[in-house]
Design a protein. Structure first.
Length: 290
């Protein structure tokens, strides 16, 4: 096992194992949500991972809250490396993600938002899928479990599993591929998971328009595709920076969603209030008329 159980928490620290995954968490004024996110990570047994959290809170950094501090101590007692950064001034989401990417050196990096809980085994499933598929990224679309009673067959109709290799795709507004985006609304994937038979490996790759909240990249593929280096072209009050990065990776290396999704959205109010600048429109010069 890559972690230490409670029997070994008080053992002297050894040299940490080399991380297979860097978990990159941008956070801002969300101590309650950040604590839950870290608690989900503490329940992941494999693979070996390092946590990098970057804070842009208005006041004290989130890790000074007792609940967040307790989860950081737990992760460290388990033998995980945790690195904390105070990254100011704010220059937008894309710049913050590029800063986190610059701190990463593992072969896989998981961009995990600070309001996502992962079920035990989710990280191992993602890492295994990325290795097996050999594409640029895989992801688990976070599920809003308050919507479990809200079935939306018109939104899940675009579900299409990958058969064979995951190949590069070009996604733009106005294409059939773009119309997959409602697939990740509400608890749609939870409903699909109850219906779609799973192969022995326990997961199914499927085609996406993009994913939010929980995306595991082949780090080199993300860097080779430009990462979030487009951030200087955006005003600080933008949204959708992850869409641009994913589309650039998909065009070169392909990308896939993973069913079932073990990511749960905490359904807290968004901290991105001003969304009048859509990153893919500003960076790629394309418009969504819908």
């Amino acid at each position: 096992m890559s972690w230490k159980t409670s029997k070994r928490w008080a053992e002297p620290e050894n040299s940490p194992e080399t991380a297979i995954v860097d978990v990159l968490i941008p956070t801002c004024d969300r101590p309650a949500e950040a604590a839950v996110t870290l608690a989900g990570l503490a329940a992941q047994s494999e693979p070996t991972f390092r946590v990098v959290m970057s804070d842009q809170s208005n006041g004290s950094p989130d890790w000074e809250h007792p609940a967040v501090a307790a989860m950081i101590r737990l992760l460290e007692a388990q033998g995980r490396q945790v690195e904390l950064f105070r990254h100011l001034p704010r220059q937008g989401l894309a710049e913050h993600r590029q800063f986190l990417l610059d701190q990463s050196n593992a072969r896989q990096c998981l961009f995990l938002d600070d309001d996502i809980w992962l079920e035990p085994g989710a990280l191992e499933r993602l890492s295994h899928a990325l290795d097996m598929l050999g594409c640029g990224f895989v992801g688990m679309a976070p599920q809003g479990l308050s919507y479990l009673g809200d079935r939306r067959p018109e939104e899940t109709a675009t579900f299409e599993r990958w058969h064979g290799p995951v190949t590069p795709e070009r996604i733009r507004p106005g294409t059939p591929a773009f119309d997959r985006w409602p697939l990740h609304n509400a608890a749609n994937l939870s409903h699909l998971s109850a219906e779609v038979p799973l192969p022995p490996e326990g997961w199914v790759p499927y085609r996406v328009a993009w994913l939010g909240g929980c995306i595991l990249y082949n780090r080199q593929a993300l860097i080779d595709s430009g990462g979030f280096a487009f951030w200087p072209t955006l005003p600080s009050n933008h949204a959708g920076e992850d869409v641009v990065a994913q589309w650039q990776v998909m065009e070169r290396f392909g990308g896939a969603g993973i069913l079932p999704s073990g990511a749960v959205h905490l359904e807290s109010p968004t901290t991105v209030i001003d969304r009048h600048v859509e990153a893919y429109e500003a960076v790629l010069g394309v418009k969504h008329h819908g």
